[in-house]
Design a protein around this ligand. Sequence first.
Ligand SMILES: Cc1cc2nc3c(=O)[nH]c(=O)nc-3n(C[C@H](O)[C@H](O)[C@H](O)COP(=O)(O)OP(=O)(O)OC[C@H]3O[C@@H](n4cnc5c(N)ncnc54)[C@H](O)[C@@H]3O)c2cc1C
Length: 448
Amino acid sequence: MPVFPFTEADPIRHPGPPPKTSAVVIVGGGIIGVTTALFLASRNIPVTLLEKGRVAAEQSSRNWGWIRKQGRDADELPIVIEAIRLWRQLAEESGEDIGLTQTGVTYLANADKDMAGFEAFMKIAATHDLDTRLLDADETAKLISGMSRRFKGAMTTPSDMRAEPWLAVPALARLAVRKGARIIENCAARTLDIAAGRIKGVWTEAGYIETSTVLVAGGVWSSLFLARHGVSIPQLSVRVTVAATEPLPEIYAGAAADDHIAFRRRQDCGYTLAGGGSHLLYLGPDAFRHAIKYIPALRNDPFGARYFPFAPSGYPDGWSTPRDWAPDSTSPFERMRVLNPAPEPVRLRAIERNFKQLFPQFEKARLKVGWGGMIDAMPDVVPVMDRVRAVGGLFVATGMSGHGFGIGPGIGRVVSDMIQGNDIGHDLSRFRLQRFYDGSPVRLGPAL
Ligand SMILES: Cc1cc2nc3c(=O)[nH]c(=O)nc-3n(C[C@H](O)[C@H](O)[C@H](O)COP(=O)(O)OP(=O)(O)OC[C@H]3O[C@@H](n4cnc5c(N)ncnc54)[C@H](O)[C@@H]3O)c2cc1C
């Protein structure tokens, strides 16, 4: 496992300067920006990706590494099915070992209501011919060895996969460059240049790029970046804590979770762990502005978030974070090259405790590293992938709501075709930006 997490102390692997012109400019070097750049470059379209810090240094390296169809929103499923095929193809093309393995994903049921939730997903799984199946208590105990607790049962999808995010996304960025994409790290996009309702260019901290097309794939920063241009996205971000154990004997080769603990075997034979329980939401101006849109999510899971009145300085929805800045002045993006929230000590202790309670044989195991991440959330827990109607040439793919890694290559392919005006092959109406403003009811996607 590399030194983790990535920070701005890591070397710049994709240096500037940015070009003077580019057919497409992508803002953000996470899985979404990188894979979109990769697919555009594969079609020989000149594309420049700007990353304010380092490729994958925010959500796209900090995630659990689950690549799952299981438990997905029905409208995401066709895209994630495609993504799984693309993961295999891209891993092969990259020629690098990204830890991609088909080892399955399993959700454990503590109560009958969990099994009832799984049964509801089984209907969706059947319409897509997934290999998802329900397990009874004995089958569950057999699948994951050495658990101290007996579960009611489980839902499992053996064809789901895992990969090492901190290896995968940088490897895909290198592949995109080999295909002709320009990637520039340590280079924030400051503002868009819009004239007569159309994109003309992008002001970066290292100069101006003339372009007719921009994709904003800025993760938790997308809303701040677009709001400066009058484009509102009801996106918020929540802080979560993750930990990694040292190598341990195998209890399950895949990824599994119940309400208390989530674990995923890694390539180095350790487990990546996270706790159940609530996320931490910092209350800033956007949290109040968009609160009404989050009421359905709040009603559905009243204890899903804890609240803190102030984000640390410089966070996307901080009280003191500027909402306006000039193209020739320092923007909030370059002030925070890598958003690197500390893991919460109380969460780390709970993760360790819950893991050891479930697997007492690991009583002596040690957590070798812990890290924090900010997840970009949408009110209905599904992403936005759309063109922005008010600004010609402006596209957005953001708000992956905690499950954008696995589906990432599918979204990259879809958005690259959207930009080219090609047939996309999937119904994207669920993911349109206008759903938040055209009176549509908030239809909640699954929470995990
Ligand atoms: C702890 C955790 C666990 C998760 N577990 C899973 C999982 O197991 N499976 C799964 O599918 N998903 C998981 N996710 C979610 C997944 O990681 C994200 O949905 C996904 O990585 C989002 O990718 P992205 O490219 O949209 O955003 P990001 O990876 O956040 O990338 C956005 C990038 O844009 C850059 N940027 C922003 N503004 C600017 C600007 N103005 N100029 C230049 N650059 C800019 C940022 O620096 C950042 O690098 C998890 C997330 C977290 C935090």
